[in-house]
Design a protein around this ligand. Structure first.
Ligand code: NAD
Ligand code: UDP
Length: 365
């Protein structure tokens, strides 16, 4: 039986993960409304979707009420990089908390199901390892990361109170470090920093001794997890860890990026930022069980190859040999467009689209 078309609202839809999620929802046959204020997102992330009759964009700040129609809401609006969320910490808390209240109010009026993009940061600098959903975390409530961590924790509280008090159908996904094409070159997170630095021949900035760990999930795997979670029965509100359990030190990541890029950049050590978690790895048993065996399938090296290819093309460091052979289905549209210009890669998409390979915009952040 064909799937029913749903009206999907994606807040933060012009951001890194949001733009991939919009694409996925369109591919699944839904109508998509992308809402974004472009604080860290970019029109170039969604330019290839403009012109699709099932896709609409609305410039809007979620700290203000929103009156639209939708069957399902993915609430992703919030800067995610420490550099960006600490740029205006008061606004970050407002986005998480007022944004959650506004989107929950909208969901309540519409009786729509709503998914919150929560984060592994709710576990803070974890004392338990790996992190299970039952762990309450170790967050400094007054530190520089608190605007994000506590904002996201408060949003989770609001989601569960709307669920208990108003019977709202909620899904709380705790997303662990995710990377891939469409991260901003000035995003400030470790994968984009290391790749951009390696490609430019600049020093690789390792914070602390580089022995802290993270577990990196390729964006396609994460988006698949989000889509599947949204479709689970109403009785499954989460919270649910979504991430890749393969754990690496930042030194291992730096070495891998240097090897894959062939860069001769040196390592440059800088002080560890305050409250930087020492280790992080998701326990994903609950997700595997609930999401029909879902698990990340993209090894770090493969995901890094695609990310490196993206930055090579968008930053003008020349065509990337590794993606010339990439199957059309897995080539992000901006890479496909750039490949067409250099005479390689997959054939043009059938739909009439704008060329998305415009330079990535920088914001004041
Ligand atoms: P991103 O910064 O690329 O995307 C966030 C998007 O939200 C941007 O398009 C931005 O312009 C928009 N936005 C910010 N404030 C807004 C506001 N007030 N109103 C409307 N739009 C607003 O980050 P991302 O990595 O794509 O993260 C998306 C979501 O996933 C965030 O909620 C983040 O907290 C969560 N998350 C991401 C990761 C990760 O590793 N990428 C990890 C955990 C959680
Ligand atoms: N990091 C680093 N060099 C950089 C950027 C980040 O060594 O140029 C470290 C950072 O201190 C942290 C890890 O990489 O230990 C992941 O940082 P990121 O900002 O990507 O995400 P988060 O700390 O939110 O997991």
């Amino acid at each position: 039986m064909p799937k029913k078309t749903q009206r999907i609202l994606v807040t933060g839809g012009a951001g890194f993960i949001g733009s991939h999620l919009c694409e996925r929802m369109l591919r699944d046959g839904h109508d998509v409304l992308c809402v974004d204020n472009y604080f860290t997102g970019s029109r170039s992330n969604i330019a290839h979707l403009i012109g699709d009759p099932s896709f609409e964009v609305l410039r809007h700040d979620v700290t203000f009420p929103l009156y639209v129609e939708a069957d399902r809401i993915f609430n992703l609006a919030c800067p995610a990089s420490p550099v960006h969320y600490q740029y205006d910490p008061v606004q970050t808390t407002k986005t998480s908390v007022h944004g959650a209240i506004n989107m929950l109010g909208l969901a309540k009026r519409l009786r729509a199901r709503i998914l919150q993009a929560s984060t592994s940061e709710v576990y803070g600098d974890p004392v338990e390892h790996p992190q299970r959903e039952g762990y309450w975390g170790n967050v400094n409530p007054i530190g520089p990361r608190a605007c994000y961590d506590e904002g996201k924790r408060c949003a989770e509280t609001l989601f569960f109170d709307y669920h208990r008090q108003h019977g709202l159908e909620i899904k709380v996904a705790r997303i662990f470090n995710t990377y891939g094409p469409r991260m901003r070159p000035d995003d400030g997170r470790v994968v984009s920093n290391f790749v951009v630095q390696a490609l430019a021949g600049q020093p690789i900035t390792v914070y602390g001794d580089g022995q802290q760990t993270r577990s990196f999930c390729y964006v396609d795997d994460l988006v698949d997890g989000l889509a599947r979670f949204m479709a689970t029965p109403a009785a499954e509100p989460g919270p649910l860890n979504l991430g890749n359990p393969s754990e690496f030190t930042m030194l291992e990541l730096a070495e891998t990026v240097l090897r894959l890029t062939g860069s001769r950049s040196r390592l440059s050590f800088a002080p560890l930022p305050a409250d930087d978690p020492r280790q992080r790895r998701p326990e994903i048993g609950k997700a595997r069980e609930l999401l029909d065996g879902w698990a990340p399938v993209t090894p770090l090296e493969d995901g890094l190859e695609r990310t490196i290819a993206y930055f090579r093309l968008t930053l003008g460091h020349g065509p990337a040999r590794s993606i010339i052979a990439m199957p059309a289905a897995s080539a992000p549209p901006e890479i496909a467009a750039a490949l067409r210009r250099v005479g390689g890669g997959p054939a043009p998409a059938a739909t009439g689209t704008t060329d998305p390979a415009e330079p990535i915009q920088r914001t004041s952040a």
